[in-house]
Design a protein around this ligand. Sequence first.
Ligand SMILES: Nc1ncnc2c1ncn2[C@@H]1O[C@H](COP(=O)(O)OP(=O)(O)OP(=O)(O)O)[C@@H](O)[C@H]1O
Ligand SMILES: [Mg+2]
Length: 455
Amino acid sequence: MAELSLSVTERQAAFIEASESEVLFGGAAGGGKSFGQLVDALLFALRYPGSKQLILRRTYAELEKSLIRVSLGLYPRSVYTYNASAHVGRFSNGSLIDFGYSAVESDVFQYQSAEYDVIRFDELTHFTEFQYLYMLSRIRGANGFPKQVKSSTNPGGIGHAWVKERFIDPAPPGEVIEGESGTRRYLPSRIDDNPFLAEGDPGYKRRLLALPESERRALLDGDWNLFSGRYFSEFSYETHTVPPEIIPPTWRKYRAIDYGLDRLACLWIALDEEGGVHVYREHCVSNRIISDACREILALTPPSERIYATLAPPDLWARSQESGRSRALLFAEHGLTLTRSANDRVTGWLAVKELLKAAEGHPPRLRISRSCLELIRCLPMLESDRCDPSDVSSEPHALTHAPDALRYFAIYFSRPEPIEKSVVRRPWTDDMHEDFANASAEERRLLIARYGLPE
Ligand SMILES: Nc1ncnc2c1ncn2[C@@H]1O[C@H](COP(=O)(O)OP(=O)(O)OP(=O)(O)O)[C@@H](O)[C@H]1O
Ligand SMILES: [Mg+2]
């Protein structure tokens, strides 16, 4: 075999030598993390004939542009061939490297029956915790080779919070963390650690210096504390949650639902006389057909509790192609008349933010009962959307249901005029006429209460 001539930085060498079950090479952009991964993968493949590795990026396009391209330049052709249609690199000693992606959460299931010695995530914070933990279970084999997950990343991105919690918060950089599933270690990288970049592109650091403060500190210094992808960074368990309270009968009460077969989330929300908004009950369950969902929601609402309206997203009014009937109609048939809220996501999320805001000397308007476990767990974990930071990322999908229900309430509640006064405001559209024609008697009453008589 032709001699391999490679030099690595000190930090890359530490990453290559790290033997913990989970290793994270993270921090500043341009520190040589991805290159370090590729050198490490190459050395592992050569050292352990017949070994199997997987290198993952979030999307295939990213993988191709970065890791695959660089590996083709780096790996000696005398021992390595790459099959572009199968995305597999094979070594003459029988080792292989799969290049993969997991763009949406369910993509991980393509690896259901796979077995790897080492899995490498590049840009780990682009992945969700579910994707990471699922892939962890694909590391196995009776060949006696080391078994590891080695990741590289910058701070920021949808997975910022869980990556920070798993690798950065438990111990100072470089120290070994004893996790339930094995040892972990975070090895920081800084741009100045990479002399190859300083020589090859001296303007790179200057361009990073020109970024806004938080991005600059995240990308240049690899600072995990400044940049946070959390959408509701203002949420605090201390200020926004309260022990379960007794809700006076005089407070106006709403229910807000997000319905899908995968998950039903229903929140019960009461308004006090000072404008406070109290989420006092939740029901979040999976696999409920509409009749069961209605039965359970009604059963959880004591008969003495008068619900002013049950708010739901407009897509429930879309009519099924087969039956020509909408899900809202099915809800009504099972005793739950829904009121249409709005689905303008950004406006809705901003309305939730308004409720969370604590003005000086005043508590925030939103108070969530500590019995509402799912809402309390999910709200602070939501991340900003990577393409549109004013929106919430729709992944991990499992986190979105209870917050979505709250959003349907918040956007309805934040309308400039109280709904009950907004009778005969707008001319009826064709859609509204169509809905009215298909509505049950009770739904029609609500439509009239809200929009006035159809003209
Ligand atoms: N050991 C090395 N030998 C030669 N070139 C290197 C070495 N390490 C890194 N480089 C070069 O430095 C540049 C930055 O490295 P790399 O892409 O690995 O950094 P990174 O930390 O992954 O950056 P980003 O945060 O942007 O993903 C690349 O052009 C890479 O080829
Ligand atoms: Mg990289």
